[in-house]
Ligand binder design. Structure first.
Ligand SMILES: Nc1ncnc2c1ncn2[C@@H]1O[C@H](COP(=O)(O)OP(=O)(O)OP(=O)(O)O)[C@@H](O)[C@H]1O
Ligand SMILES: [Mg+2]
Length: 269
């Protein structure tokens, strides 16, 4: 499972933080759109029963016949689940609320932690030519997030520039280390990205300072600003890069994509 990314298919990145509302879904959609803009083929896997990434990319609830639930629990073919979005080069595997019971349904399954890994390593995935798979995790360190970490080459952590932002990180790192010790020794940290950053707010700069002190180079130089266009875009079922392509939010996600691509191999810490 520790194969180097890209030589054996797409680079798989789990976007995780058990804290709710920190920008996981926003980052999955817009980092995905930014990579797609660079001409990369990108699949967003919605692993959150809330299905926000699916809605944000224009998949109506009524229109989700097969979802990541079927991929995990029913061995559904990728072709039944993966679909194109209106954004060129950007694909989505949508989620439905079915996924909320997956945790319980999976308890007795001996492959319970590696179902997503197995689904994303099926030979049929090569037919899509994906360069990147971004997994939007739920706000929990449950079995779904563990599936994402087992499936992934690396974990990208959005960190909201607010009080207590760093508090949950140790628990997240603990889970990451557990996954490394068991199912996925090659799992790396792609990086930590500061989200909803407000340069005029002392708290934002304080969180940044603390994060850089504690995590060093793991923290991306790019900060995603608090930007109203970012929060408006999902109600138009579009990435902000399409909704308002010249906005600060769009440019921040473009910068994040470039920084990530330039960094190349993710850090090991
Ligand atoms: N940079 C930003 N500027 C303004 N609003 C933002 C920004 N990033 C995210 N938001 C808004 O904050 C809210 C939470 O963001 P998002 O849904 O991406 O977080 P999440 O971590 O996926 O949440 P959950 O844990 O519930 O899945 C959303 O309403 C989103 O539109
Ligand atoms: Mg979300």
């Amino acid at each position: 499972m520790s194969e180097s990314p890209r030589s054996n298919g797409p680079k798989i990145i789990a976007i995780a933080n058990q804290k709710g509302g920190v920008g996981k879904t926003t980052t999955a959609i817009n980092l995905g759109a930014a990579l797609a803009e660079e001409g990369r083929e990108v699949l967003v896997v919605d692993l959150d029963p809330q299905g926000n990434a699916s809605t944000g990319l224009g998949v109506n609830v009524a229109d989700r016949e097969k979802s990541t639930y079927d991929l995990l629990l029913d061995d559904a073919p990728l072709a039944d689940v993966v679909r194109e979005t209106d954004v060129e080069h950007l694909w989505i595997a949508p989620a439905t609320t079915d996924l909320s019971s997956a945790d319980i349904e999976l308890v007795g399954n001996e492959r319970r932690s590696s179902l997503l890994h197995d689904a994303l390593r099926r030979p049929e995935i090569t037919t899509y030519g994906f360069d990147h798979v971004l997994i939007d995790c739920p706000p929990s360190l449950n079995l779904l997030t563990v599936n994402a970490m087992v499936a992934a080459h690396s974990v990208l952590v959005p960190l909201q520039s607010e009080f207590f932002a760093l508090e949950g990180l140790s628990q997240l790192m603990l889970t990451l280390r557990e996954v490394r010790q068991t199912a996925n020794p090659g799992l790396r940290i792609e990086g930590v990205v500061l989200t909803m950053f407000d340069v005029r707010n002392n708290l934002s700069t304080q969180v940044e300072e603390d994060a850089r002190d504690a995590l060093g180079d793991l923290v991306f130089q790019t900060r995603v600003p608090r930007n109203v266009r970012i929060s408006e875009a999902p109600s138009f079922a579009q990435p902000v890069l399409e909704y308002d392509t010249a906005s600060k939010g769009s440019n921040a996600y473009r910068a994040l994509a470039r920084e990530m691509l330039e960094r190349g191999v993710a850090l090991t810490a």
